[in-house]
Design a protein. Sequence first.
Length: 765
Amino acid sequence: MTLSLAFVVPYGEPSDGFFPDTLLAELCALARRDGHRAQVVRVYYDGRDAERDREVGRRLTAWLEARGAELIVLERLFDPEPIVAHRRAWPAARTLLITRGDSFDPTPGVDYVIGAQPGLTRSGSTRRSPTVPELRLAFQRLLAALSAGAEPATVPGVAALVDGVVQLGAPLEPAAAGQPYEAVLEQDVIALGEPPRVRRKTLFGNAGCPYAADPLESAHYQGLTLPARLPLAQRGCAFCFMGGDYQKRPDAEVVASLVEQATFWAQLPELEEVVLSDQHPLRYLAALLRAAAAAGLRPLRWLFAARVDAFVHERQRVREAIAAAEETGHVIETYLSGFEAFSDVELQRYHKGTTVADQLAAIDAMRELAEQHPRAFAYSRARGHSLILWNPWTRPEDVRESAEHLRAAGARGLFHELGRNRLRLYRDLPIYYAAERDGALTPTWQGADEGAARRKGYSVEHPWRFLDERTRVAHELAARLRDELGVETELSQLHAITAFVARGVTDAEAAQALAGVRALAAALDALAHQGRAARAGRASTVAAEPVAFTGACNNACPGCANRDTWLTDTRAGVLARVAQARASGRAIALAGREPTLHPAFLEAVRAARGQDERLVGVVSNGRRFAYRPFTEAAWQAGLRAASVKLFGVSAAEADAITRDAGGYAQTVRGLEELRRAGLEALELRVPLHRAQLPQLQAYAGLAAALEIRQLRVECALDALGLEHALEAAHAVERLAQAAERAGVALDAAPLPAGSLTFDKLPARR
């Protein structure tokens, strides 16, 4: 009997991320080869708007009904409703979940699972990960059973879901690849807007993970009893389905298979990257690149996973792979290193087998390799490294510790979103039973919480609660602020949140703080776009292209987002960024930590100025300009604009904030020297801080006294403090009134930009 199959690949947001579609594309091709009607559809949810997500679900149901889908096949399911709705219209339809070992909770609308019973490792100590050939074999047998009217649950490797319980049958049977690689290239798409362009495909190497330490031997899991009735992942990281079961095949066999897969997907003209689904590819990565080149495969980016300590202990293998990439024109990038947290307490809870020191050493090693081999090796472009900042046991102090290490290491650029990921609990993981032991599991999610799975696009998880009430409030605040302010200032947000909740705050106090943040955002927007700023005289600015410096600073401000992202601060690196900025055709803003302290600052000014005498400015604390010879040299090099940060209206106030006595006096002297040298395009940059809010309006008079005609306000939330946001909104209003009276123009950076707005320079009035 011919069947109608629908292979559904859902995404929790309008992005592919690192969720692969290649297994379902392979199985779709297999189904077609066996004579069935089969199609793949990619489904992109909004992830933020419930009504838009419901519309996506309705479209998916309509797509299923239009095809009369008799078997719906998925790798993950976070929104069962479209499937359930189709099943109401087609009662004979069935749903099959295919898992390569990924954890899942029983989900309404799912009838069968392939991969839930993969068997144990040779040692019998843990559940192993299923291989793709084993899944293919079980799937082909399931199709044959359905076509013949037989019960699919009798097929080895197929489990049935009955009343929310997985009924395990015979385990998967061994299988080898044994046939040319084939998959479905064309795929339908359901999306409310323009769907993402598919530039990345996943290739399957060895299954499993070699990390095999036993979580039950660590302190967090002492005395924990795991159930014997379920196949559990009992080795490796306590939250991961892989571990202790790396199924190593001969390297030549793996390399040949990966080259075959990559060659197939290279038919897609937009393909740029291939992801190696293998937890230990370093052992054959160099051979793989050379084999790909020998097969005539065009240069691609090869994204590979590696434990962080591999960059310390297996440096030679990494160097060999880089050498092969340089020889062949390919690029390798480590995209997935499971950092998970930068708190040793949290790493022990996750049973990572690493420490914060190990992770920081790994980041240093990655950076060193990238600087030495910029055309062949990368580690941060994909931003796929993982963090799990939130779990049932997390305290605000743990999050703050991670945030502090991330800032000190300039590591924000390794991650797409820092605070969004949280632990997902499933019944086949040791950490689930630790949460059960400690009373963290709940029958349903609390309040508006819905876990991480739906929004991120993972399979349905088991609900849980935070054991520290402060953390619950912190997590809710983090989600709200990230949604409203974006991710570029997320470290500042996390610092502000953890400081705010440390003493314990009520939901009402948190709501008041959020209202204050919204009021401040509105006040800053009003300065930037309308209101008294216009009546006082619009600040005279010119669009600029920033060149970031990430090195030293002679202030010691506790909240400095310029430390969040690392860039090479060598002379060559800075000048390369200058050249790139000049290509924009705009003015150049030298900004970041403290650009004037860089040994190549004057050279950077000259290079930015160029033969076309481009406008060049600096965002600076101004202290080094107190030295007349330096200021004159900067003028001669071509510096023509400056936005100078002044952290208070008095020496006592400003020096307390910057934690360096004498800084205020140097900044004021620097402004005077800039004016004396002839620089007319000047502004005072006002970084909001809780300590200077009562005197904020005095900046208007100070600017007038210094003969500076415009001010620019900016705000880093951690310097301000969430509890002071509403006070800051009122203080900004008072400043606007004072600026109008003093005839000083007033502008502001939007709150989502924090203190990182460098795309404008003051212009000569």
